[in-house]
Design a protein around this ligand. Structure first.
Ligand SMILES: Nc1ncnc2c1ncn2[C@@H]1O[C@H](COP(=O)(O)OP(=O)(O)O[C@H]2O[C@H](CO)[C@@H](O)[C@H](O)[C@H]2O)[C@@H](O)[C@H]1O
Length: 472
């Protein structure tokens, strides 16, 4: 069985968020389970490209409307990631190390998808499945089905995984000429609300659709940024497969990014040593419980609620706790967090920016991780936190609902709250403070969550079952 993953991100080549983590790990686990897994992504000029050796495997050309682009496909030479990694270079269009947010994202990602189609069309054999991730690859299932040029690829099963349905990549019909000629009777497959919507097109045209947690799939049927009716309609071919985590990259016993390694037996001392380091760096009192938030600063993640929750919790607890925020994104939210630090500088610190090393160090040092998400398709941070013995405080939504059980419920090991509101977050923090007063109970919980199995093995198996059902 051979699967080709198509994605805009793949760790450690280029990562903006959780999509990169998943596409960097799932193929590796699939490969270990005896399949052939390959990844193709755009060739950004990241450090990975500069520091590793690549070989040219294909040269071709593509039309983006009236414009002709030459493209190359290069392969990483030494199989460093545990699977074949292909980068699609389009000189003059995909330049620089930026993944998203260029003025011409539409052209970059549409050309990337057409390039993938052209390359696939030239293969002498077929992959058994083409697995696309999120809207940047959402036009591929449509092109495989309805573009005359790619008739040869129609029999290949396609799977589309939704990591975040908030971003759909819509654009106007005036840009329809970017696509290679397609059956005009099928134009409706591209349309949602009078726009070309790659996310909707992928849901309609893929053989199977998956979401990154079962609960998120249920939520999409009632709340999907305008696509609810579509999800209800296509529910029969959709399933929720919970993400795993790469337990080799994320292992407190070996993680090269953290200062003090530890395991289940040494978690108390190990976390204390990491906490001391971090608290010294951020000039915080290490005897107080440490709460951290790590993530993209966007409305979905509820980051805007944090400043008020911090102020209230500090006031109620008489400044008996500390916060560190690591994130970047919406400038207004960045400003809010900076203001929070300014007003409560003895107890609250923020690092505005992206820092992979610091994120690992915070998972290792913190007592609690806050995730007040309004929307969370799966969430990886809570699983990383648990692997590092950090107790998650999460809003019961999407994958957070599927992965964290409240300590008040049988078998529980985390803290859950219902509403994305300052009041609910503050209440959850006060429950955590109460727990912190009982070191033995904390230790038992830490040891328990470190042993929970969130590895990819089970989920990779579920994808295998799914692929096996797809017979051309
Ligand atoms: N400033 C920063 N510095 C360092 N590291 C940072 C960082 N900001 C974020 N990260 C890292 O980026 C990743 C974020 O992953 P998430 O799953 O939480 O979110 P994201 O919303 O990007 O992913 C989407 O896709 C994933 C994968 O399917 C789903 O889990 C998720 O719910 C969905 O929203 C984690 O590895 C985190 O440590």
């Amino acid at each position: 069985m051979e699967v080709l993953h198509v994605s805009a991100e793949c760790y450690p080549v280029a990562k903006v968020g959780g999509l990169g983590d998943v596409v960097g790990a799932l193929p590796k686990y699939q490969q270990r389970q005896g399949w052939i897994a390959k990844v193709v992504m755009p060739c950004y000029r990241t450090r990975f490209l500069i520091e590793h050796e690549f070989e040219l495997v294909h040269q071709g050309g593509l039309w983006l409307g009236p414009t002709w682009y030459h493209f190359n496909v290069i392969r990483e030479k030494h199989n460093l990631l545990g699977f074949d990694l292909y980068l699609l270079e389009i000189p003059g269009l995909i330049e620089g190390d930026q993944v998203y947010g260029c003025f011409n994202d539409l052209e970059r990602f549409t050309a990337f998808q057409i390039g993938v189609m052209e390359w696939l069309n030239s293969w002498r054999h077929h992959p058994d499945v083409v697995h696309c991730h999120d809207h940047h690859t959402g036009l591929i299932p449509f092109m495989m089905n309805y573009c005359y040029k790619y008739d040869y690829l129609r029999q290949i099963p396609t799977v589309f995984t939704i990591h975040n349905a908030q971003y759909q990549g819509q654009f106007g019909w005036d840009k329809a000429y970017y696509l290679p000629a397609y059956d005009p009777w099928k134009a409706g497959m591209l349309d949602w609300n009078h726009l070309i919507n790659p996310m909707a097109a992928a849901v309609k045209c893929s053989w199977r659709v998956t979401t990154v947690s079962p609960h998120y799939l249920d939520e999409l049927c009632t709340s999907a940024a305008g696509l609810e009716a579509l999800f209800r309609q296509e529910r029969h071919k959709a399933s929720g497969i919970l993400n795993g985590i790469d337990t080799e990259t994320w292992n407190p016993a070996t993680d090269p990014r953290i200062m003090h390694h530890y395991d289940v037996q040494t978690v108390r001392e190990g976390k204390a040593a990491n906490k001391t380091d971090i608290c010294r760096r951020f000039q915080l009192d290490e005897t107080k419980p440490l709460f951290v938030f790590i993530g993209r600063l966007v409305y979905e993640k509820g980051a805007d609620l944090l400043p008020d929750a911090v102020a209230r919790s500090l006031y109620e607890s008489q400044y008996a706790l500390n916060f560190i925020f690591l994130g970047s994104g919406d400038p207004h939210m960045e400003w809010l967090l900076r203001q929070s630090e300014y007003h409560h500088h003895t107890n609250c610190k923020s690092y505005i920016g992206y820092d992979e090393n610091l994120s690992h160090q915070l998972y290792a040092a913190a007592d609690f991780l806050l995730m007040p998400s309004r929307i969370e398709p799966c969430g990886l941070n809570q699983m990383y936190a648990m692997r590092y013995g950090t107790i998650p405080i999460v809003r019961a939504v999407g994958g957070l609902y599927d992965t964290v059980i409240d300590i008040g419920d049988p078998g529980g090991y985390g803290l859950r709250f219902l509403q994305p509101s300052v009041w609910d977050i503050t209440h959850a923090i006060s429950r955590a403070m109460e727990l912190y007063q009982h070191p033995q109970q904390m230790l038992e919980l830490q040891q328990h969550i470190m042993q929970l199995d969130f590895s990819w093995d089970k989920s990779a198996q579920e994808y295998l079952h799914l692929y096996a059902q797809l017979k051309p």
